[in-house]
Design a binder for this molecule. Sequence first.
Ligand SMILES: Cc1ncc(C[n+]2csc(CCOP(=O)(O)OP(=O)(O)O)c2C)c(N)n1
Ligand SMILES: [Mg+2]
Length: 414
Amino acid sequence: MAMGARRERGLFDPDAKAGTSPFDHFVYCFMSDGDIEEGISHEVSSLAAHQELGNLIVLYDDNQISIEDNTNIAKSEDVAARYEAYGWHVQKVDWRTADGYHEDVPALYQAILNAKEHTEAPSFIKLKTIIGWPARTEGHRRGARRGARRARGEGDQEDPALRPRGGLPGRRRGAQPRREVAERGKQVHAEWEGAFAEWAKANPEPRALFERMAVHRLPDGWTEALPAFPRTPRASPPQGLRHHPLRVGLCAAELWGGSADLAESNLTTMEGEPSFIPVNHQTPMWPGNPYGRTLHFGIREHGMGAILNGIALSGGTRPYGGTFLQFSDYMRPSVRLASMMELPVTYVWTHDSIGLGEDGPTHQPIEHLWSLRNIPQFELVRPGDANETVVAWRTILERAGPQAVPDPAEPAGA
Ligand SMILES: Cc1ncc(C[n+]2csc(CCOP(=O)(O)OP(=O)(O)O)c2C)c(N)n1
Ligand SMILES: [Mg+2]
């Protein structure tokens, strides 16, 4: 989402001073012990630092407990040091005050303010908490708590120990603060509406793009620029089929994407488009800027899938990501989530063939086509020649759900 927000700002309001655009906002993320332990947290946290996502603030709920027991049974790394090593801005906050029972709200608030000030890198706030506070059974794993309730003959009804022991306002005392929060929200929203209206008045062209993208409408007459190929027994020009999608893509500014380190094989690069990359990380081969169009995911397929989902959730851009069809296995959880959420993301899975040359069995897709077709709400298009590829992309862009275009015409050894 933080990457998507940066691309959107680049499309709509690139020249505004930092922090002054209606498209400047922070993305907040809550992570638990489980999120820290899952491998995908490494892929995306590493890339978030490399991309210098100053608009991203992560709060890690460090309660040292997951399902089986205290996290000591399965985790011992220094999580803050891990995020420092990635290059994040890291802070530690202890939610417990000296008496151990009150939330240290001012300390957390100050940490969030510091994080917002630090815009050169994503921010990580390690927040030491106690699960279930302020219940009698706080700090215990859920199974034990449920077991204790059952032993007391209380079944699964609400645990009276979960009633506030102090600090949290009860229903009546909470009404006033809640009203204040609603008021504050209304005011901030009205301010934003004002800034947006001003921007819209001063920027008619980006505004038209914004309005078109907000309803997923493609540019008028966009199909006129689509390439067509002579009808031969197999309309397969040199370089296979993959080349042409990107001529299709250039017709619509909302399309952007890249590959998990296989751009040369996946042919996912739109000609002449800059990379989406901090200026200090560009190379002679990949010139770019923070608002660029070509994504480099590195060899992080699962992360790529999750990032495509985040981009699609962030706003109206249409992201795509490429890798070999076999490696769709690495990103399957994200593909499934995209399908559940009906997100308009596209996977360019090339080398859909057992004739792969020297790579052998690890690169041969065998069951992949069938298993991917089993995912509910997922559209898998498998064009047979160049013209079918163009029609496939046209269909994909005119629809708005998760879809893939494998490339069946891969010559051995390519
Ligand atoms: C990928 C995945 N594996 C396993 C589970 C089952 N599961 C649900 S909650 C949980 C552990 C939760 O611990 P933590 O992430 O520390 O959250 P907390 O309960 O401390 O808020 C597990 C293993 C799951 N939901 N998803
Ligand atoms: Mg936990």
